[in-house]
Design a protein around this ligand. Sequence first.
Ligand code: FAD
Length: 288
Amino acid sequence: MKARNFRYVRPKSLAHALQILTDAGDDAVPIAGGQSLLAGLNMRLSAPALLVDIDNLGELAGQSRDGDCIRLGALTRHDELIRSDLVREHLPLLAMAAPHIGHVAIRNRGTLGGSLAYADPAAELPACAVALRATLVLRNLQGERHVPAEAFFKGLFETDLRSGELIVAAKFPVAQRGTATGFAELSRRRGDFALVGLAAVATMERQRIGAARLVYFGCGDRPQVAKSVSAAVSGLDAPLPDTSSFAAAVRQDLTPTDTPGLRADTRLHMATALTRRVLNTMSERAAA
Ligand SMILES: Cc1cc2nc3c(=O)[nH]c(=O)nc-3n(C[C@H](O)[C@H](O)[C@H](O)COP(=O)(O)OP(=O)(O)OC[C@H]3O[C@@H](n4cnc5c(N)ncnc54)[C@H](O)[C@@H]3O)c2cc1C
């Protein structure tokens, strides 16, 4: 199918983009990498009258260190997360997750801000943002507000973004010494959206798992912070021989539903297996 007709504008500055978005209200949507939006337009899932192209706005680009935070501009491409020395050193979870997003062409165009705004429950970056306790920097004509990632995701493809507002950046606390991160997902084919995925952050003392923050994706309507699983694995020594110590907690924290081709029970089984795999890999890396 082809998209319905729309008008297209390429503002020269962030202020101009915000003005256009505010004036047009619900008739306008921003477009960044276009890797999700254009597919939706072609399938006629939405039909905005105006596309506001933010893809060349310098104010939304760049990566920098700002005290104890790394600030990633909304236009940071998925591929930059893999290649950036700053990201690899201080936010290794993002560098681990990004190669799982689609394919090279998608990673070259798709942006961090676009992925967070789109809020696909099976997407990698929203889960990583929640796991890393990122703060999203949102701006409209009135000013800027800062929203923790965990509060930003409200439901299925639903966020805290208001009309006329853009994500300008995400701020991630730099990884502390002694903190390990791990990431894995299961999908039908490499590059497909995850059936189940896990972004994990934990303190590790030798082989012992300390305070853990485990965030699952593909298991609900948004990234799921698994508090019971985190408590169940805390204090355990890795490698974990089996899943008996936390399998019940997975069932407590995650409540997936049956979807075509995948029963909820199978998804829970996959999440349980993935948890052991990720934690054991984290402990192996910490030991090395
Ligand atoms: C074949 C294929 C496979 C894919 N596989 C995966 C995958 O495995 N995992 C995954 O996570 N993603 C996947 N994607 C999607 C990809 O990651 C997108 O790049 C991403 O979801 C959106 O980023 P974008 O810059 O392309 O956003 P766009 O498509 O330009 O925009 C997406 C939405 O976000 C809004 N938006 C964009 N930027 C901003 C901003 N700064 N502030 C406010 N709103 C904004 C737009 O209005 C739109 O509603 C896939 C896409 C394709 C086509």
